[in-house]
Design a protein around this ligand. Structure first.
Ligand SMILES: [Zn+2]
Length: 171
């Protein structure tokens, strides 16, 4: 009789253990499925947001102009993730990237004002942000050269510091 009770207890415990592991296994499968579905939904939302962004006339210029073969998009957008600059500065940079600053081209083509769309300095090319930041033949003589030299100075300073070469505090 005692032996019979022991066997029944062992069967019940084993059954309970098997049932628990089956339930646990089903729960794990369900969790994995939910995670896959959630990831799929997030990817769909991100893809739709990206499509809408590309489709916007003004704000879509930046993503349309980025050539993934020439531009490291992840590195180029890293400054947005680091959060090291003020929100006001960030918004000005993003507005410039979106060509949404008050250039002659923007006033003429977007705001439909009766303003000449050509550059105020060279009067040859459309006055866009891209033109002002890197394409104006008037600014190339001094401003672009000065910017180039400053970037090179900072690069030189950073390389010296990385190599342990004695530097001053100011680059
Ligand atoms: Zn110009």
């Amino acid at each position: 009789m005692m032996m019979m009770v022991m066997i029944i207890i062992i069967i019940i415990i084993t059954h309970q253990h098997n049932t628990d592991s089956v339930v646990l296994q089903r729960a794990r499968c369900l969790k994995t499925e939910i995670q896959k579905e959630t990831r799929k939904m997030k990817d769909n939302i991100a893809e739709k947001t990206k499509e809408r962004w590309h489709g916007k006339r003004i704000h879509g210029q930046l993503p349309r102009n980025l050539d993934e073969k020439l531009v490291d998009i992840e590195q180029s957008c890293r400054w947005l993730k680091s959060g090291e600059i003020k929100g006001e500065t960030e918004s000005k940079i993003v507005a410039a990237q979106d060509q949404a600053n008050s250039t002659n081209y923007f006033k003429n083509k977007i705001l439909k004002e009766e303003t000449e769309s050509k550059c105020r300095l060279c009067k040859q090319h459309e006055e866009t942000i891209d033109h002002l930041t890197s394409g104006c033949p008037i600014l190339v003589k001094n401003e672009y050269l000065m910017r180039h030299d400053k970037v090179c100075t900072h690069l030189h300073y950073s390389i010296c510091k990385a190599l342990g070469i004695e530097t001053t505090d100011k680059w």
